[in-house]
Each structure stands twice: as structure tokens, then as C-alpha cells.
Design a protein around this ligand. Structure first.
Ligand code: ADP
Length: 870
């Protein structure tokens, strides 16, 4: 029998075979002696995908779902021809497709394929002793290569190979180095002395081409109908080559290394904080007192928020009177409950609010916020919060730095601007049968989203984004899922970022298939709850710790993955890095908007929802960033995740009592809360000013000058003579850090200086905090003691007189901002109202205008008619 058969036959064979297939010498799935090899291969069991669509399933937003065949064809060139050999005589030739597009089913069944140093592979049958399969993971040291006595399983499982160097390139190179003749390979296999059958990877170049064209032919039946493409002119190969070399490839290899890193394993810092942190029950504990002191003297205390379920400590009536929150229509219930339990007054109409949790404002409206008021948004956060601007910013960073560092969003085209480029590149993409997902640039909940694979399906005039579809998502129980991560930014200059240790994994309710005829099935390809909840398949997860149903907590997911050998610490590190790079990509734009529109450093923060998908190589891909992530908590699982999140966010954001209490009242309050006499109980404007003294400006300029590129030049020197402004900056950072549980501060840390190069211009405060962290991160008590000494002398309260023109610190250039003097007297609530009602007013005005025009036209017509007839 011929050793190499055509793809079609191979496909059938690979499904039909159910003998034990042993590849190469080794047959112990724990044997990891290939670790030292240049191109290490990992092995993953994979079951043939099943499409268990319910027969009566009717949710077909874009067409009827059809159950597909088990087998999907192959599109890229890393598919080895596999020769099955029984050691003496070849019993069959099979092409086993080892590509990642196949569904990675994470269940307890499947074979394992192992590569040894001779590039020989062995398929291990599932062992009943192994309770869970291992996911793509870093191989551990070999413990020996004992021969397997495991019995063959009755079903055939597909096999995935991994290269720790780069999932794609590794495979490419691996197969190119394995272009040995079938004879050589057989000889090797025979020499190996295995009793079972041997599978050898062969990938002769011409065969690969043949195979590819056969597949293209098979798979492109839709593509033939694609009329527009035949007419494409100006097709520039070189141009396309660079695009198609995949902006993502550099990142993919980089992230793969990160998520499979061995080095990190032993570092105590690498343990994801949430795995070692307190239980979620602790997160929900109420504080002992509504007001908690700052770590530092002469800094007002902060409000400590209670849980959504239990009423917090008693609030004295005088204090309660001034704790006014403005209710908005979109304030989530969980926020309202937490505020109410914390003793806040919830008012619909007030200008005097201390906090608001509402919709995003137009940037100029931030000018009207009073210095003691705090709002849950940052001006300009749409720079990463809109899909199109996020891509633009990441693309800019890719140009400035590298794809490896910023290529974590799937390749995106913004229509109509990039239509020409997409059109030029399309034929090459079509050759690869690339699938795309089209999305409105600024919508949510899956509205207007479709997965497509034909040029004709792209609306050409409407603004939208066309994004490469991640065709090989990591699947659990056959279903695709994405991650919702929560990230809090309390300040942009200096940058302070916190990541919540929990989150959500949201599953599609229909099992995944990459077959083209399933693309219309939104419940298979989209993971939004708002879409899947309508599916008859959708099952709620009532148990917050359980791994079932279509929504899990990230903690449960992590436990699940860790049990299957996934390095969740590395994965978490990769996610942190993705989050920080995304924020840094938008940092410059957001910072300019803040400088232009925000008066006080106290006024704003933003809670972002990052949507990330993991592919079958465990590489995380950013799908989008939400600036108003849903905090709906009707289901217990949602409440379990979101209530501690909101509580943590409010505590980290450091709310003060508004400056509405007389000195006498403050004294009484201090006594009641057992604070030292003379403690200022209300917000102190001096701590949050935006302007600098002359000396401070000089220091800022010195440490941000262009010639200072080397970190060593500032990392010690900047801490030598701390200015009052420096101390203020450090006080807030330390107080936030002390109160941020259950969030984790991911920037700054003593490791994050590597990200500073992504700032367009060096930022003084980032350098200050970098220096601070590198000196005191592991000796925080000493750092806090130093700051306490400064505060004891009220050094931090020394402020310069406010300038007529406002100089904004942190950059080389002085920035002048002309604020209207009467602005502080503006009715802020009126302004907010104005913004919220803006859309309504525009609509009413348009209708009125239309009616007036119609009346005028009718009158003129009437006059003309009357004139003609009379
Ligand atoms: P929305 O803001 O409307 O939720 P998303 O960008 O989050 O839009 O996309 C909705 C869903 O579509 C995601 O949750 C994910 O399941 C799927 N999705 C989005 N982009 C991709 C992509 N590039 N590859 C694969 N799936 C995607």
C-alpha cells in the first residue's frame, strides 16, 4: 500500500481507524524528554468535534443552523501526512491532520501523541487512570519512558501538536525538518522496536501543495459565487504578503511562549493573586466603620463601602445629610444596593452630589464637575472603548513598536476607510478561506454582528469593522467561550491600573463548528449572554463554584484549566500584559482629554470590561474593551462576581466626605469615629491640585528631559528630594493600594517599568512611581513610614498659589487651559441632564423642523393652487 495517500482518502481513514496507533518509541504520556529540543512539541488529545445541535433549535438570527460533519478540512500547511506502520508491514496510510483549527475538546477522553527526540510520534490511548486531559501546557521534565500497557480506546481522536517556540512557525519548521523520505522514516520507526503501529510525520512540499489545492477546491464552493472578486485589479502581491504574513504571528509566538513559560513557574509572584487571595465570602464583608483613616496623618479619611446584601455600619445623621449620590437611569441595581447599604443618600435631583454612576459624558461636560465630585468615567476613554479607535491605537503602536507587542487584536479593517486595502488583500485571504466577523464600531451585546466568509457579505458603506475571525478557539465541552475581565483605571497620569481577580467566562450555547454553513448560527459563534439566553440550549449556572452551564466565574475556569495542566499563572500574566498594552495604546489620547477637561485629580475613574478570547493554543486575543461593562446581577453567579467588584471599585476610588461640614461638625465627627483631634474629616482640595510650584516644575522637566532615556538615571535620583507634589502623588498611590482588595494593582509594580517605553512622551509621575516601587515594593512599611514623616509636618499640604493660566505637570510643555470662571457655578446636574437628554432634544428639534417645512410647503402649494385657479 502506498505510504502517502490523498487527502480525501486520508480523512476517511483517520476516522475509520480504531486500532491502537503508536507513533515512535515512547508511549508514556508523562514522558517529556523532548523538552530540551529546539522545537518542542506538545501533545493534546482531541476528540472529533460533534455538533449536537438540537433538532428543534430555532434561534437562527442569520439562518438555520445545520449540523455538520464531524470532520473539518484543513487550510494551512502544517498538516502532516501520517503513515501508519505496524512495525513490520504498513497496514494503512493515514493523513492525520494536526492543525489547530480543529476543535480542542476538553474532556476526559482522547489519545495523547508524544514526540521523542527522533521526531517520532506516538499516539497514546486514553488511560482510565488519568482523570483529566492535559491542555496545551509547558512540558515537565521526563520521569522515564516506561512502555505503555494501556489498552486502545474504541474511538479515534484527533491529535494536536504544539511547539513551545511558536505554535505556527514551530510546526512549519518542524515539518520542514522532517521532510525525510518515507523510507527513512519507516526505517526509523522500525528500528524503534515498538510493538504497535507507528505514525510518522511526513510533509513533502509538493504533497502539501497538492493537498492544499484539493482542500481549497473542496472548501471554496461558496467562494466561487463571489462575483466581485473576479474583477479585482491592482492586486499587489508584495503588499499583501506583508499583511498576510500575519500581523498576529509575531504576537502569537510571543504569547504562546508566555502562556507556556517554564521560568515563571517557581516565582512566588507568578501565582495568580486570586488563587491565593481571600475567599469571595471575605470580599463581601462589611467594614467596621463607614470612615477608614488614611495611612497618613493630615489626610482625610475615606468612605468604606458595604456589601449589596447587608446594611453597613451606622451613619451619623449629619454625615448622612451630605453623602448625596445622584441617581441616573442606568445606575445598576448592585451599585444602588451597595450605596444604600453604605448609608448614602440617593437623590434624583441635586447639583450637590458627591458621586454619580452613569453614562459616559461628552468630554467638555467634565469641566463642569466640581473638584469634590467623582464620576465613574474618564474623558477620552472611547480611545480604547470603541472597537475602531482601539484598533487604530493598537495599529499605531504596532508601527511604533512591534506586532509582537501590540498584535493581540485580530487583524481589523475599518470600513469604509480601509475598504480599498481589504479589497486588495481579499484574494489572498480567500485562498486561505479566512473567516471574518463584522461588527458595528461602537455597539455592544452582539448587536449587528455576523460571521462571514464572502466578499459580497460585507456592507460597503456603513461604518463597521471587519475583523479576522478566531477560527480555532479553545473549546470546553465543545463550546466556544470568551472571558470578561474587569479593569479599573483610577488615574492616567500617573497610570494606576487594577485588575479584578474574578470575572466571567461566557459560553456559546451551541457546540462549535468551523464549517462554513454554520456561520449564521449566532449561538454557536457569539458568546454574548444577551444572544445565548434566548437559546433553548442555554443553561444557567446556579452554583458559583461549578463548571457547568453557560456562564462560569473566572475562578472556576482557572481551577478547571489548572486541573488540566494549564499554567494559569502564565495565562494570567499574559492577560495582564494584554490589558496594560491596550491601556497604554490609548493613554496619550485619554491623557490629553483629561488635561483639557478635568480640573481635579480626584474627579474621575473608569471601570473597563475587557473581552478576551483564548485560542486553542491558549493565546489570548482582545476582542474589545467596554467602557460601561454590564453590572447586571440578577443571577446569583453575576451577583457573586459583580457585587464584590463594585464594592472594591468604590473602595479603591477613594471617596472622601464632601466638604460640606462645618469645622465644629468635623470635630464632633472625628470624636465619634475616634480619629485624633484636629483630623480634617472632609475632602481636601490641596491633595488633588493640578498645578505645580516653580521648583516642582523644574524637577519635572529635569526628569522628563529627552536625553534621560536610561532608567538608571532617574530610578534613584528622582526619590532624593521629594517635593510636596511628589508626596501627594505617593500618598494617594499607597492609600489606593492599601484599599484595593479584591482588585490587584497591575500598574505600577516593580516589574512594570518595561511598559514605560510605550508612553509617547516620558511621564514624570510614572517614573516617580516606578522608582518608588522598585525601592519599596518589597519593603512597603519603610516607604510608608517615610511618607508619614513628611505628612506629620504637613509637607504634603504645601501648595503653590493657583496660576492664572493652568500649568499641567508631567510633560515638558506647559499646557494652558482657559476655564470659564463661572463654570464652577454651573448646574452640573443640569449639564448632565442636558447630555443625557441630548439625543431626545435633537430628535424633537428635527421633528419640529420637519413639521414646519411641511407646513410651509403646503401653504406655498395652497397659495399657488389658489392663484392658478382663481
Ligand atoms: P459586542 O460588543 O457586541 O459584544 P464583541 O466584539 O464582544 O461585540 O463580539 C461579540 C462576540 O462575538 C464575542 O463575545 C465573541 O464570542 C465573538 N467574537 C467577536 N470577535 C471575534 C473574533 N475576532 N473571533 C472570534 N469570535 C469573535
Amino acid at each position: 500500500m502506498s505510504k502517502i495517500q490523498r487527502a480525501g482518502a486520508s480523512r476517511r481513514d483517520s476516522r475509520d481507524v480504531d486500532d491502537t496507533v503508536t507513533i515512535g518509541r515512547r508511549n508514556n504520556s508523562e514522558d517529556r524528554s523532548w523538552q530540551g529540543q529546539k522545537y518542542e512539541k506538545h501533545v493534546l488529545k482531541e476528540k472529533l468535534p460533534s455538533n449536537d445541535l438540537e433538532a428543534d433549535y430555532l434561534d437562527n438570527g442569520w439562518g438555520d443552523p445545520e449540523s455538520g460533519e464531524d470532520y473539518r478540512d484543513i487550510k494551512d500547511g502544517y498538516d502532516p501526512v501520517v503513515v501508519i506502520d505496524n512495525g513490520l508491514e504498513q497496514v494503512g496510510v493515514h493523513r492525520r491532520y494536526c492543525r489547530m483549527t480543529e476543535n480542542t475538546i476538553l474532556d476526559n477522553s482522547g489519545d495523547t501523541l508524544i514526540n521523542n527526540n527522533n521526531n517520532e510520534l506516538k499516539v497514546m490511548r486514553k488511560s482510565t487512570e488519568q482523570p483529566v486531559p492535559r491542555l496545551p501546557m509547558t512540558p515537565k521534565r521526563a520521569k522515564g519512558g516506561a512502555a505503555s500497557s494501556k489498552k486502545p480506546m474504541p474511538t479515534v481522536h484527533r491529535v494536536l501538536l504544539y511547539s513551545t517556540q511558536s505554535p505556527r512557525l514551530g510546526r512549519k519548521q518542524q515539518f520542514s525538518t522532517q521532510r525525510l523520505s518515507a523510507k527513512q522514516q519507516s526505517a526509523k520507526a522500525l528500528g524503534a522496536g515498538d510493538e504497535g503501529q507507528t505514525v510518522i510525520l511526513l510533509e513533502p512540499e509538493h504533497k502539501q501543495e497538492d493537498h492544499r489545492s484539493a482542500i481549497d477546491f473542496d472548501r471554496n464552493d461558496d467562494f466561487d459565487e463571489d462575483d466581485d472578486l473576479d474583477n479585482l485589479s491592482n492586486f499587489d502581491e508584495s503588499d499583501t504578503a506583508s499583511v498576510l504574513s500575519d500581523t498576529e504571528d509575531g504576537y502569537r509566538a510571543h504569547a504562546y511562549k508566555l502562556t507556556h513559560s517554564v521560568d515563571r513557574f517557581l516565582s512566588p509572584q507568578s501565582t495568580p493573586s486570586f488563587l491565593s487571595s481571600q475567599s469571595s465570602e471575605d470580599d463581601l464583608k462589611n467594614p467596621d466603620s463607614l470612615l477608614v483613616p488614611s495611612l497618613f496623618p493630615y489626610v482625610p479619611p475615606y468612605l468604606s463601602f458595604s456589601s449589596n446584601t447587608k446594611r453597613g455600619p451606622r451613619v451619623p445623621p449629619d454625615l448622612h445629610r451630605v453623602l448625596k449620590w445622584r441617581i441616573t437611569n442606568i445606575m445598576p441595581k448592585v451599585v444602588r444596593l451597595i450605596l444604600a447599604n453604605s448609608g448614602m443618600r440617593m437623590l434624583k435631583k441635586t447639583n450637590d452630589w458627591m458621586g454619580v454612576w452613569g453614562k459616559h459624558l461628552k468630554s467638555p461636560c467634565f469641566k463642569a464637575i466640581r473638584s469634590y465630585q467623582k464620576i465613574n468615567h474618564l474623558p477620552g476613554s472611547f480611545r480604547i472603548g470603541r472597537k475602531d479607535s482601539c484598533w487604530k491605537n493598537l495599529q499605531r503602536q504596532m508601527g511604533k513598536h512591534s506586532n509582537k507587542e501590540f498584535g493581540f487584536m485580530p487583524r481589523t479593517y475599518i470600513i469604509p476607510n480601509d475598504l480599498g486595502a481589504l479589497r486588495r488583500h481579499w484574494p489572498k485571504y480567500a485562498q486561505r478561506n479566512t473567516k471574518w466577523i463584522i461588527k458595528p464600531p461602537a455597539s455592544a451585546r452582539g448587536a449587528g454582528i455576523r460571521v462571514i466568509n464572502r466578499w459580497g457579505q460585507i456592507p460597503k458603506r456603513r461604518p463597521l469593522i471587519v475583523q479576522k475571525y478566531i477560527e480555532r478557539p479553545l473549546l470546553i465541552n465543545g463550546s466556544k467561550f470568551d472571558l470578561r475581565l474587569y479593569v479599573l483605571v483610577t488615574s492616567v497620569n500617573p497610570l494606576r491600573v487594577f485588575m479584578y481577580h474574578n470575572g466571567l467566562a461566557r459560553f456559546a450555547s451551541v457546540k462549535y463548528s468551523a464549517k462554513a454553513d454554520t456561520l449564521n448560527d449566532r449561538c454557536m459563534h457569539l458568546t454574548n449572554y444577551s444572544i445565548n439566553k434566548f437559546s433553548s440550549n442555554y443553561s444557567k449556572n446556579e452554583d458559583v463554584n461549578a463548571c457547568h452551564g453557560h456562564k462560569w466565574t473566572i475562578k472556576s475556569l482557572w481551577t478547571y484549566l489548572a486541573n488540566r495542566g494549564v499554567r494559569t499563572d502564565c495565562l494570567w500574566e499574559a492577560l495582564r500584559s494584554l490589558v496594560l498594552r491596550t491601556i497604554l495604546a490609548g493613554e496619550n489620547g485619554i491623557n490629553s482629554m483629561i488635561r483639557a477637561n478635568v480640573e481635579s485629580k480626584y474627579s474621575c475613574f473608569e471601570l473597563f470590561g475587557f473581552d478576551v478570547i483564548l485560542d486553542s493554543d491558549l493565546v489570548p486575543w482582545l476582542l474589545e474593551v467596554n467602557i460601561s461593562p454590564s453590572l447586571h446581577s440578577e443571577l446569583p453567579l453575576d451577583a457573586h462576581v459583580k457585587a464584590p467588584l463594585v464594592q472594591g471599585v468604590l473602595n479603591t476610588a477613594l471617596y472622601n466626605v464632601p466638604p460640606k461640614l462645618s469645622l465644629d461638625k468635623q470635630k464632633e465627627l472625628a470624636a465619634e469615629f475616634s480619629f485624633p483631634p484636629g483630623t480634617q474629616m472632609c475632602y481636601d482640595k490641596r491633595l488633588y491640585i493640578n498645578y505645580l510650584s516653580r521648583e516642582e516644575k523644574i524637577k519635572h522637566n529635569t526628569f522628563t528631559r529627552k536625553s534621560m532615556e536610561d532608567r538608571n538615571e532617574y530610578v534613584n535620583a528622582i526619590l532624593n528630594n521629594l517635593t510636596p507634589d511628589d508626596v501627594r502623588c505617593l500618598i494617594i498611590a499607597e492609600d489606593e493600594l492599601a484599599r484595593c482588595a479584591p482588585l490587584e494593582r497591575i500598574f505600577p509594580t516593580d516589574q512594570t517599568h518595561k511598559y514605560l517605553k510605550y508612553n509617547d512622551t516620558p511621564r514624570y509621575y510614572n517614573r516617580l512611581l516606578d522608582a518608588w516601587e522598585s525601592r519599596y515594593a518589597n519593603n512597603r512599611t519603610e516607604g510608608i513610614a517615610l511618607l508619614r514623616d513628611y505628612c506629620q509636618n504637613k509637607y504634603h499640604l504645601q501648595v503653590p498659589t493657583p496660576p492664572a493660566k493652568k500649568y499641567i505637570e508631567g510633560d515638558h510643555t506647559a499646557y494652558s487651559l482657559h476655564l470659564c470662571p463661572e463654570q464652577d457655578f454651573l448646574s452640573t446636574s443640569g449639564l448632565l441632564h442636558q447630555v443625557y437628554e441630548m439625543d431626545f432634544k435633537v430628535t424633537v428639534a428635527a421633528i419640529v423642523l420637519l413639521v414646519v417645512i411641511i407646513v410651509i410647503i403646503s401653504a406655498i402649494t395652497l397659495v399657488l393652487i389658489t392663484h392658478v385657479y382663481i
